[in-house]
Structures are given as C-alpha cells and as structure tokens.
Design a binder for this molecule. Structure first.
Ligand SMILES: O=C(O)CCC(=O)C(=O)O
Ligand SMILES: [Fe+2]
Length: 279
C-alpha cells in the first residue's frame, strides 16, 4: 500500500473515533497519525516568541541545559537528547527536575500545558498512561522531551529511531521498554519553507536487524528512496510516527524563521501497562 494511504490524518474531533490508533501505529497498520490543531496557532505563537527570546540572548540560558545536533544539521536542543549523551548519563537525572520546571513555565498560561499531549495520547491508546520513563534510582526519571530549533539550511538525515537503541546511553532504558520505538513531533514554530518530516514507505522491523551496521546498510538500498510521504504540519499540529521502523528525515529548512519543535521518543513499558517517554 502507498505510504499516503497509511497516514491517519485526524482533524477536529475525528480522533474520538480512533481510541486504538496508537496500538495500530505500533503494529504497522499506520505509518503515522497526525493530530491537527492540538494547540491553537496563537498558543504556538506565544511559545515561539518565548523560544526566540531565549535564543536571542545568544548564550545557553542558565536554567536550560542545551545541546547541539552535529554541526551540519544546524540544529540545537533545549533539554538533553538521550541519543547524544555519554553512556554514564552523569548528572543527567539530577538535571531532570529543572527541565520539568522549565517546561511548566514555558507552557504556564497554556491550559493543560504539555499534559494536553499525553492525555490525548492516552485516549488514542486505550487509556494507557503516558509518562516520563523511570530512571535507575527511585525518584529519578528521564527528561520527557526536548525542544529543538533548526536554523535556515538545517535538516536531519535519513535514519530509523530504533538505531538509537544501540547507543550506550540506552543501556538502562532498554531494560524498561519494548524494543520498538515510536515518536511524536509537535510543530511549535513553522519555518517559511521546508523542514518537513519525510517518511519512507519501507519498514525495517526490529528483529530484522541485529547490528547497527545492518541498520545503516539497509538505508543505502535505493529501492525505497522514491516512495515517501512528507508530513506538512502547521503550528499546533502533531505527528506520531512509527519512526523506529520507518526510515525518515527532516528536509532542509528554508528561510530565516527557526523551525521549533517538541519531540519525544516513546516505547511501551515492559508489561505494557504504560508508555514511557524521553527526549
Ligand atoms: O523533527 C522531526 O520532524 C523528526 C525528528 C527525528 O526524526 C528525530 O529526532 O529522530
Ligand atoms: Fe527520528
């Protein structure tokens, strides 16, 4: 089936008819589920202004930890991306409370704040709870998301998120979760052009790859490169993607407006009672 037929695009209250669509996404029925207008344009304008303001100060703000994508991607994070962390996760969990406070403050006057996202997911996943993945010690947890900025010319090259599970920083998390990762992207600030999530119509199930090299090699198979869909999100729209198994990328940002997104990786908890999130 073509990829565009495997995108579930839900406007308005249509999501109410799909209380099982995230399980379907995990099972490969859908490549992606799009939730239109989860936040209003004006709510996202407010957040964009705050993020641009943080950026304009041109020094990593004292209270936010920030990281950079590899230089050529022209992107950066507020909060810490697990994929780019060292295996020891030194101090990472100590910084989580500050990250959560910053997120609360950023969304302070937006009704429901970021809980709006996880409450909606819960309703689309038969009531399963969505929460930050628990850390190795009692009372610790993973940072539940990251905010990302991409400047003009910024992009993310083709990859599958399941590859990330080979990184040493996942050692503890992997003992808590099912092996198939999925993710969401909320468009906060839409660039003038480009910056679309492009998903290829090709699924590489977890069991099919036993090493990161195999995963990388499969991306060089040109057969699937012409068959893809680009998800065009407006500010306030969100996409859930089977990004663990589907090769995907972010197309180059056009124009000087920063592409601002919020993005979490997710997986079912072992035991399947909940879904764990991290940034
Ligand atoms: O920003 C996006 O649209 C996708 C991000 C992504 O693929 C990733 O961070 O793994
Ligand atoms: Fe990804």
């Amino acid at each position: 089936m073509s990829t565009s037929k495997r995108i579930l695009d839900l406007d308005g209250t249509a999501w109410q008819e799909h209380s099982d669509c995230i399980r379907e996404l995990r099972q490969g029925v859908w490549t992606a589920v799009v939730l239109r207008g989860l936040y209003s344009t004006s709510e996202m304008e407010t957040i964009t202004q705050r993020l641009d303001q943080i950026d304009a100060e041109n020094v990593p703000p004292q209270n936010w930890t920030s990281m950079r994508f590899p230089e050529s991607f022209r992107g950066w994070f507020l909060g810490e991306n697990l994929n780019l962390l060292e295996d020891s996760l030194f101090d990472y969990f100590d910084r989580e409370p500050m990250f959560s406070r910053n997120m609360l403050q950023l969304f302070a006057d937006i009704p429901g704040g970021t809980d709006r996202i996880f409450e909606r997911f819960s309703k689309l996943d038969q009531g399963r709870r969505y929460l930050a993945a628990p850390g190795p010690d009692i009372d610790t947890k993973y940072q539940f998301t990251t905010l990302r900025g991409h400047a003009e010319g910024g992009y993310i090259p083709i990859h599958c998120d399941n590859e990330q599970a080979w990184r040493p920083s996942y050692e503890h998390l992997l003992s808590q979760i099912d092996e198939n990762l999925f993710s969401f992207v909320l468009m906060i600030g839409k660039p003038e052009g480009g910056g679309n999530l492009r998903i290829y119509n090709h699924r590489i199930p977890v069991g099919q790859r036993s090493t990161i090299d195999q995963a990388r090699y499969s991306k060089t198979d040109q057969a699937f490169m012409k068959d893809y869909v680009e998800i065009d999100l407006k500010a306030g729209d969100l996409v859930l993607a089977d990004s663990g198994s589907h090769p995907h990328e972010v197309t180059k940002v056009i124009g000087t407006k920063t592409r601002w997104t919020m993005c979490s990786f997710m997986a079912e908890a072992k035991g399947k009672h909940a879904v764990y999130c991290w940034g």
